[in-house]
Design a protein around this ligand. Structure first.
Ligand code: DC
Length: 222
């Protein structure tokens, strides 16, 4: 099986690019952020503080997560309910970043991710895929872009969904999540030593897509 790990900060374009690459290559696309988001959502729904470690851990035994593919698209089910849309809300982004800092949450999700990689050719995107989850992935990419560019993209994306969040607020949110994700003690966001760095700041979707495609195509085992 072939595993391609794409890590990087929020809003660098990982999921849109990885989804299209996976489609093109006939690989399974795994968005691991959706798993952390689902746990964040479950904690919010339980009325608990997502920054309270004991409260978050107490929610875990009741959480059943399942990734299913419907017409080739990943859907995440939380205790049988399709929460694929609910986890995209802004408040869930921050909740996900909080719960993702906890070792017990990360352990809770490790096996689900590795199992998918054992059974499928995959493109998996996240923060620690190349460093922790799949250290033996054949191809590792660290995809990044400046916080300002990422905030612009995210603001547009939210607008398209009818959520009018001001750019400044989105930028502050991105900076806060970057800080959480990069400075946590377990599995922080960082480039694996053997990852290829791709900066998408100056590129539109098509240009980034071709850049990534070329990087992957030239490194795929023959
Ligand atoms: O990729 P995303 O924005 O959907 O991820 C949501 C949060 O989950 C993000 O703040 C970081 C965390 N995350 C993580 O810690 N490890 C992963 N493999 C994926 C996401």
């Amino acid at each position: 099986m072939i595993s391609i790990a794409i890590d990087g900060p929020s809003g660098a374009g990982k999921s849109t690019l990885a989804k299209r690459l996976a489609q093109e290559m006939g690989y399974l696309y795994v968005d691991t952020g959706a798993l952390y988001r689902s746990i964040g959502l479950a904690v919010l729904r339980a009325g608990k503080d997502t920054q309270d470690k004991a409260a978050v851990v107490s929610c875990l035994p009741d959480i059943v997560l399942d990734l299913r593919y419907i017409d080739g698209t990943q859907h995440v089910f939380l205790c049988g309910e399709d929460v694929s849309d609910a986890i995209r809300r802004e408040e869930v982004s921050m909740a996900a970043s909080h719960v993702a800092a906890l070792p017990s949450v990360r352990e809770f999700l490790t096996e689900t991710q590795r199992e998918l990689a054992r059974k499928n050719n995959i493109i998996m995107d996240g923060r620690d895929i190349g460093t922790v989850i799949l250290p033996n992935a054949q191809i590792k990419i660290f995809l990044t872009a400046s916080p300002e560019v990422r905030a612009q993209r995210r603001t547009r994306e939210l607008q398209q969904k009818g959520q009018n969040v001001p750019y400044e607020e989105v930028l502050a949110d991105i900076r806060e999540r970057d800080a959480n994700d990069m400075n946590r003690a377990v599995a922080p966001l960082k480039q694996a030593e053997d990852a290829i760095l791709v900066d998408s700041s100056g590129d539109d979707f098509e240009a980034s897509y071709h850049k990534l495609y070329d990087v992957i195509a030239s490194r795929l085992p023959k």
